[in-house]
Design a protein around this ligand. Sequence first.
Ligand SMILES: *[C@@H]1O[C@H](CO)[C@@H](O)[C@H](O)[C@H]1NC(C)=O
Ligand SMILES: *[C@@H]1O[C@H](CO)[C@@H](O)[C@H](O)[C@H]1NC(C)=O
Ligand SMILES: *[C@@H]1O[C@H](CO)[C@@H](O)[C@H](O)[C@H]1NC(C)=O
Ligand SMILES: *[C@@H]1O[C@H](CO)[C@@H](O)[C@H](O)[C@H]1NC(C)=O
Ligand SMILES: *[C@@H]1O[C@H](CO)[C@@H](O)[C@H](O)[C@H]1NC(C)=O
Ligand SMILES: CC(=O)N[C@H]1CO[C@H](CO)[C@@H](O)[C@@H]1O
Length: 497
Amino acid sequence: MRVAVCLLGFILPLLALAQSNSAASAQSNSNQSTPTPSSGGNSTASPLISLVTSVTSGVSLGPGRSSVFFTQTFVSTVTLANPTPTSNSSASASSGGNQTSSSTSTGPLPTAPTNINGGGNEPGGAPSPGAKSSNGIFGPPDSFTSWVMGMHTPSMSLSLPEQPAQKKLKMTLQVIGTHNGTFHCDEALAVNLLRTTKLYAGADLKRTRDPALLDTCDIVVDVGGVYDEAKQRFDHHQRGFTEVFGHGFNTKLSSAGLVYKHFGQEIIAKTLGTSLNDPKVNVLWLKMYKEFVEAIDAIDNGISQYPADLQPKYRSRTDVSSRVGHLNPAWNEPIDSQTVDALFQKASDLVGGEFWSRLEYYAKAWLPARDLVAAALTQRTAVEASGKIILFQQFAPWKEHLFELEGELGVTANNQPIYVIYPDETAGNWRIQAVPVSPESFESRKALPEAWRGVRDNELSKLSGIDGCIFVHASGFIGGNATKEGAMKMAQIALTI
Ligand SMILES: *[C@@H]1O[C@H](CO)[C@@H](O)[C@H](O)[C@H]1NC(C)=O
Ligand SMILES: *[C@@H]1O[C@H](CO)[C@@H](O)[C@H](O)[C@H]1NC(C)=O
Ligand SMILES: *[C@@H]1O[C@H](CO)[C@@H](O)[C@H](O)[C@H]1NC(C)=O
Ligand SMILES: *[C@@H]1O[C@H](CO)[C@@H](O)[C@H](O)[C@H]1NC(C)=O
Ligand SMILES: *[C@@H]1O[C@H](CO)[C@@H](O)[C@H](O)[C@H]1NC(C)=O
Ligand SMILES: CC(=O)N[C@H]1CO[C@H](CO)[C@@H](O)[C@@H]1O
């Protein structure tokens, strides 16, 4: 932006400073005086923001057009406060405050565009003293002074502090290596999980079997014949590899299990927004291995789920390992590395997406239910002295948790709960359910009395001597009453029959 002003009768004291006839100079000085904000050297510890504004003024004196020009440059520098200053030596702006400095230089004024004829004796240019033109624009009379002022668009620059060499290294992209060609569920999951770790967040991927290329990778999974955490090499194909997850899991690991074993707790803690030593991290780490990762390890290592001589009654080929396998190109489809790498990415997203959604379920639904069951189990004698009845004030999936928690808390056989009471929120009444002998079993520890089974409502109430009975299932594993008290009463009587 340029502003040109003509001031009549305005005499600048600076006129005596210099004289020049170069009003028509074609040179722009818009950036020649921009200072370097980080000119203090490499010791600047804080981000620095500089705002540079230059004001150029020019004065022409007629007749003869003696001119003088001067440029005033204002530099405002703001150093952002740095919480951990690493150096003192920034000479001017280390206090976290603001600072203004300015400098002055003289030089020729930029010429106005030639298509603006300000009059005067020379082509184009700002109005010069005594100028007259055919379209009626007049310059100031020769006996007066013209003052032209130009203000340059403020320029702003940001200089960041020099990063220490170590930090720079960390910011370079890490590279994960795995084999090319046909891909499998295990390395597809391994790569997805690694990319959520602190170390390999957003890492690049190199798919190759070339040992020289693999050597350049920061971490290698599912290829290379080495398992060595210190070297970040996670293959499971080599002779003598026998690593298992442990904690009661004895399936030979694949690259998925290996990566999960070493990075799983970090990944889960980060997802939960908690620390590594939060007990929930360990519970979910084991749970996700049991429910998701172990099958991928077993399938990749060719470990059958059933004894080999057992003939399945039907095929089930839609598990995640099968679906990942199905993403590979068919024999008559292109197998160039670009195509297959893109399909691998799709596979990695697929199995990763399922992993994360399952983890979210276990973290947000399964784990809170476990807390409810633990509370109800430990407080059961307050509900009923024998400890054989568990009361849930709200329904939660309890069966699997109950068996795990009984094991953890060392509940002995004669202290085991027999019946569970909980509200049936959709029906607006209460349920009594017999605890099965194992989570998947249809057999109960003690089913509801034989005489009550398959009987409903009033008839059941008469039979049991308890008002408000609704039903007892024909197999005796579940029954209902309109109220909590009614359900409790049913449980208490059933225990004595
Ligand atoms: C000044 O700016 C012009 C364009 O704005 C650019 O072409 C020129 O290279 C710059 N000169 C310097 C010294 O930065
Ligand atoms: C900083 O600059 C000084 C001299 O200007 C140089 O000796 C030193 O190596 C530089 N340090 C870094 C980290 O660039
Ligand atoms: C910073 O400056 C203070 C006072 O000038 C000095 O005591 C201190 O040692 C300096 N710190 C560093 C890291 O140079
Ligand atoms: C910095 O600027 C603020 C407001 O612009 C002013 O209040 C403050 O006194 C300035 N600090 C210094 C150190 O000049
Ligand atoms: C795998 O990559 C190597 C080079 O790293 C190449 O020679 C080979 O043909 C590739 N194999 C497949 C199946 O794409
Ligand atoms: C024993 C008992 O409290 N039974 C209840 C079952 O539900 C009906 C209907 O609310 C109640 O009237 C009974 O008291």
